[in-house]
Design a protein around this ligand. Structure first.
Ligand code: ADP
Ligand code: MG
Length: 341
């Protein structure tokens, strides 16, 4: 199957909260094509989030475990082109027979059917035939079926028969895991600090993450230089918007709250709960160390407190850093994250 790209497998499709449902549904479909209620399996999500990778991984897994199955991967554009050619050359029958003989049809990027009524009609009939004969359909699209404009209602309603699962933007931890997988796969040596910097700052989609890595490697080869954090920051200037942005109190607050898993409102509230007090004091300490804000404005920002409260907070944090190893570790962790921004 030349249409399947062997490089897209489940093994190298990193799992995270962003893709867990889609990935496991894909796995179930691969184990029993046509034999689950996930038919069609509809995978949707924005550009560069792994739709093609996951859809191809399902196809590759089926070919591996069930080599007799006829698996076809086709993009919506290619299908459209084939259809137009078949019309032109008068061999629609061959075209139909070809598609009806498939056991697993992977149709990528169906949002591109928008406005192509004849092709959609045609696909509708192929879909029905395959579905009725227990064949598996896997469909990807950039939006959920209900939000797909320009597609015929009857086709959309078919898409809703099975399971729709979305791919979301990966969180930091997953981005880091993806980078590590790529580095490992390609046998590249990049310092962890650099990977963390990339994972922290490139958070739109996976394709951009990969793009940043490729760019780093190309530049380091050209310049024959090892990449450290500073060089990486230089090299990625064009990838990262605002790479020299000033650290704000709000940013610190968000980072600290995320780190300790406490709600942001609580830090500004009057509560004396221990974990909240700790998050508040660390936030103040970091605001004093990393912003140009005055003690007065720091106090004001963190819940309308006065400057002596800020002084006390900073003193407390410094004391704890000296005496409490675990606490010192927390602050160091957060400071490392700040440095990444
Ligand atoms: P889409 O089809 O949604 O635009 P792709 O499947 O082409 O996105 O993915 C873009 C790139 O990101 C590919 O190189 C793919 O291998 C990679 N990628 C996406 N998601 C993951 C993931 N969870 N783990 C590893 N690589 C991923
Ligand atoms: Mg794609």
């Amino acid at each position: 199957d030349p249409q399947l790209n062997q490089n897209y497998t489940f093994d190298n499709f990193v799992e995270g909260d962003c893709n867990r449902l889609a990935r496991s549904a894909g796995y179930a479909v691969a184990a029993k094509p046509g034999g689950t209620s996930f038919n069609p399996l509809m995978i949707y999500g924005g550009v560069g989030l792994g739709k093609t990778h996951l859809a191809q991984a399902i196809g590759n897994e089926i070919k591996r475990s069930l080599p007799d199955k006829v698996v076809l991967y086709v993009s919506c554009e290619k299908f459209t082109q084939q259809f137009v050619d078949a019309l032109k050359h008068n061999n629609i029958n061959d075209f139909v027979n070809f598609y009806q003989a498939i056991d697993v049809l992977i149709m990528d990027d169906v949002h591109n059917f928008a406005g192509k009524e004849k092709t959609q009609d045609f696909f509708f009939h192929i879909f029905n035939h395959l579905h009725q004969t227990g064949k598996q359909l896997i469909i990807t699209s950039d939006k959920a079926p209900k939000d797909l404009a320009g597609l015929e209602e009857r086709l959309l309603s078919r898409f809703k028969w099975g399971l729709s699962a979305d791919l979301q933007v990966p969180d930091l931890e997953t981005r880091m895991a993806i980078l590590k997988t790529k580095v490992y796969q390609d046998g590249i040596d990049l310092p962890n600090e650099v990977l963390e910097y990339v994972a922290h700052n490139i958070d739109n989609n996976v394709r951009e993450l990969e793009g940043a890595m490729v760019s780093l490697l190309a530049q380091s080869t050209l310049n024959r230089k090892e990449i450290d954090l500073n060089l990486a920051k230089q090299m990625l200037k064009n990838f990262i918007k605002n790479s020299t942005k000033e650290i704000s109190m709000e940013y610190i607050q968000n980072l600290v709250c995320e780190y300790f898993e406490v709600p942001i409102e609580m830090v500004k509230s009057q509560t004396r709960k221990r974990e909240i007090v700790q998050a508040r004091q660390i936030s103040m300490y970091l605001a004093k160390a990393h912003t140009k804000s005055s003690l007065k404005s720091i106090g004001h920002f963190f819940g309308g407190r006065d400057h002596s409260t800020v002084i006390y907070a900073c003193q407390t944090v410094e004391d704890l850093i000296d005496t409490d190893k675990k606490f010192k570790g927390y602050v160091a962790d957060i400071q490392k994250k700040l440095k990444m921004s």
